[in-house]
Design a binder for this molecule. Structure first.
Ligand code: CA
Length: 442
């Protein structure tokens, strides 16, 4: 199956929420992403919400008004809960019914306008929770450009390992430290080996980095032992968030062999509050092409539909603002811009590979794409690539230089889609700030 364009994607749709028509908004009526929220500073229950312009439709309040019936009503009841796991578990028929009902109710002329207008909360007044209780977080490595760039830094003679073009490389990450934007976290401590002939020391990381990724939320799971075929994988993908996989490169360099990163990446991962659904992304699908000289994927990772439209044209950017820039009122400085369509492995290939050995995915699991670097140097999605391993500092408008992150630095990720004949939509921001390392009694 493949989601087709339908009336909810029509770029001519207009909402009675005026801010949804602002040209710069990430949240036109064609987007309708979901988050978990409450009024900031309140003790209200967390519940699902849908973004429209600069507002949120409170889905718990809307559920109490019972405006929908059938699958849309069932999906709305699930979306009113403190996490979206139950909605994710329901599957595409429910998600699509809710999207259609909300799209119609938010259009100019809808008879439900008074009902929904009573359920609006300004985004300015909201705080966000994690969209789901994340049972497991898996992080992949789908950018061949990132794999080659970072491989060259860690292994100059052998940058791209021979399995890369055959296996969607991934590892099991840590879900307990996934937080929602805006997240502040302390610089991590770990074992660092400063020189070849020196003993390692326990110290705060001095090479703290970012990784611009996307994170897929899993919808319905699969039973243990029953793989999800590539051709059915789309029905198991609920939607996608921006994801910053903060990484301590000095800790990583010492610990990563033979089992991969551990403390270098388990201290914090930040995601955007808004989950843009798989269905909303239908207008931005793109062919997934491999260089002709590369091996064809094994049959369980290959399909005609995946070759024709398995990629997604999602623009992504990184901006950085130091504490001094914030104090001087300077805006965040753009440091890189890339696109998801450069990924070597598509989302459905990740699902098919993850489960082919029998592993069971569960609703609310999170699948990171890996750092989404593009082919050009300015499309690198981590500081270690942008600064050539720390050898070429970036200059900030404040006159400061950066190789890796300093205390007080704020990193802002953005994502957006635009295509001929479709609305422009986006994710809002995924922001995180580095706090000083905690004093450690040792
Ligand atoms: Ca990563």
């Amino acid at each position: 199956m493949m989601i087709q364009l339908n009336e909810t994607h029509d770029p001519a749709l207009r909402s009675w929420v005026a801010s949804a028509q602002e040209p710069a908004t990430d949240f036109p009526i064609q987007n309708l992403p979901l988050a978990v929220f409450r009024r900031r500073g309140s003790q209200e229950p967390w519940r699902g919400g849908v973004a429209i312009g600069d507002q949120i439709v409170d889905l718990a309040a809307l559920h109490r008004a019972h405006p929908f019936d059938g699958l849309a009503a069932e999906a709305l009841a699930a979306a009113a809960q403190p996490t979206l796991n139950a909605l994710m578990a329901q599957g595409p028929a429910h998600w699509s019914a809710l999207r259609l009902a909300l799209s119609r109710a938010l259009r100019v002329g809808s008879s439900l306008q008074p009902v929904l207008a009573a359920c609006l909360v300004p985004q300015d007044a909201a705080e966000y929770g994690l969209p789901a209780r994340i049972g497991d977080y898996t992080d992949f490595y789908t950018s061949i450009h990132h794999a080659t760039n970072i491989g060259r830094l860690f292994r100059p003679d052998n940058p791209l390992l021979p399995n890369y073009k055959w296996v969607p490389i991934g590892y099991h990450g840590r879900s307990s430290s996934v937080g929602v934007s805006p997240q502040a976290f302390h610089r991590p401590w770990g074992q660092i080996k400063a020189a070849q002939d020196a003993a390692p020391v326990l110290a705060p990381s001095r090479r703290l980095d970012i990784e611009l990724e996307l994170g897929w939320f899993v919808g319905p799971g699969n039973a243990l032992g029953e793989p999800i075929p590539l051709t059915q994988a789309e029905a198991h993908l609920f939607g996608v968030v921006l994801l910053n996989d903060w990484s301590a490169r000095d800790i990583q360099a010492w610990e990563y062999q033979p089992l991969g990163p551990f403390l270098a990446k388990n201290f914090a991962t930040t995601i955007s509050p808004w989950v843009v659904t798989w269905e909303a992304l239908a207008p931005y699908r793109a062919p997934h092409e491999r260089p002709a000289e590369d091996p064809a994927p094994l049959p369980y990772l290959d399909s005609e539909a995946n070759r024709r439209a398995g990629a997604l044209d999602i623009h992504l950017s990184i901006a950085l603002r130091s504490a001094r820039m914030a104090a001087e009122g300077l805006p965040a400085h753009p440091v890189a811009q890339t696109n998801y369509r450069y990924a070597y492995w598509t989302a459905v290939q990740l699902v098919a590979h993850h489960t082919v050995g029998g592993c069971n995915l569960q609703p609310g699991d999170l699948l990171g794409t890996g750092t989404l670097s593009g082919p050009a140097p300015q499309q690198a999605a981590a500081l270690i690539e942008l600064t050539q391993g720390g050898r070429q500092p970036l200059m900030l408008p404040s006159g400061e230089a950066r190789t890796f992150l300093e205390d007080g630095d704020e990193v802002i990720l953005r994502g957006w889609c635009e295509a001929a004949g479709a609305a422009r939509l986006g994710w809002g921001v995924c922001a995180g700030t580095v706090l000083p390392a905690r004093p450690l009694a040792i």
